[in-house]
Design a protein around this ligand. Sequence first.
Ligand SMILES: Cc1cc2nc3c(=O)[nH]c(=O)nc-3n(C[C@H](O)[C@H](O)[C@H](O)COP(=O)(O)OP(=O)(O)OC[C@H]3O[C@@H](n4cnc5c(N)ncnc54)[C@H](O)[C@@H]3O)c2cc1C
Length: 348
Amino acid sequence: MKFSERLLSEFTTIRLGGNSRHFIECGSEDEITEILKYGAENNLSVFVLGGGSNVIFPDEGYQGIVLKVSLKGISFENDIVSVKAGEDWDAFVKTTIENGYAGLECLSGIPGTAGATPVQNVGAYGVEVSNYITEVHAIDRITFEKIIFTSKECGFAYRNSRFKSADKDKYIITEVKFRLMKNGEPVIKYPELEKYLASHINLNTLKGIDKILAIRDAVIRIRINKSMIYDENDPDSHSCGSFFTNPVVNQSVFNEFMSKCAQNHLKPAYFKDGENFKISAAWLIENSGLKKGYTVNGAGISSKHSLALVNRGCSTNDIIDLSNHIKKTVFDNFGILLEMEPILAAYR
Ligand SMILES: Cc1cc2nc3c(=O)[nH]c(=O)nc-3n(C[C@H](O)[C@H](O)[C@H](O)COP(=O)(O)OP(=O)(O)OC[C@H]3O[C@@H](n4cnc5c(N)ncnc54)[C@H](O)[C@@H]3O)c2cc1C
């Protein structure tokens, strides 16, 4: 096993974080187990890193081991498609489409690795990975046992799963299995995407793979316009994507929120989510007076997307300060607490 010293900012899309003296890439399950054992024997905490698109490391760096998961491989068996955790997510989505599978096209362009997608039940344009996941394979970080979770056992919820909540830091995901639709029809159920397709592409002239690829292309174009595709040359994409989840509130909190909106003649953006209400975090931020492009000490709100906090030459502390300022301002205005979506990698 050979650790190297690395600057963690180079491994995250928000480009923040100091050094790690114990950085290592693992390309096999045996290597992962070996590193976990070494961490346990040497009392070193292990942080599991994928593509670094939803994680923020402290300015001081990370004192323990940073284990980058680099397991590779994609295989097809009838309608089941298996992907190893270290595969690039978007490249995997493209491969499934090129092999004639529908299902994941709306999740095109999301940065990061396939293995991280179950962690926060990655979703976009009306689709979540949990709609298609059949199994998640993992290694228990304490017992080193190999475990298979069925989709139901993963505890998927909106931007959440057991891997981000009850069992946070308990498992390393090694492989994910999806049930996709071979020669199936693409799924379009998000108004913004429908609108874009209606004005840009005549889907009736397309079929099969060409139709699914056209939808993938539309999703990517929409995302580029919002800087939601990571691009070294686009400073607005040096983020973790959405920094806050859309708050889900019960009827009584919602009633109070609505009366505050009525007093201020505001028409909020929300939708009903079962018994609860999901309120647009972007709407809350914008209507608290925090506009796109707002920047303090190099930490800013993207000029294209109110939910993305970007590094315009700041430190991790500056981003956290900005995040706290946004949370306080929204709470003072609307009585709603925003929750942070990315993971803060603190040494335990
Ligand atoms: C421009 C941009 C746009 C984005 N758009 C979206 C979007 O539309 N929808 C969405 O849901 N997200 C979005 N994100 C967030 C992010 O891309 C996803 O959460 C992605 O799945 C993170 O993958 P990653 O490999 O980069 O994970 P990392 O950032 O490396 O890690 C994230 C968390 O997952 C854990 N983890 C990573 N790999 C494993 C593994 N193999 N086993 C166990 N735990 C693991 C890490 O320990 C950490 O807690 C966006 C981010 C950016 C920068």
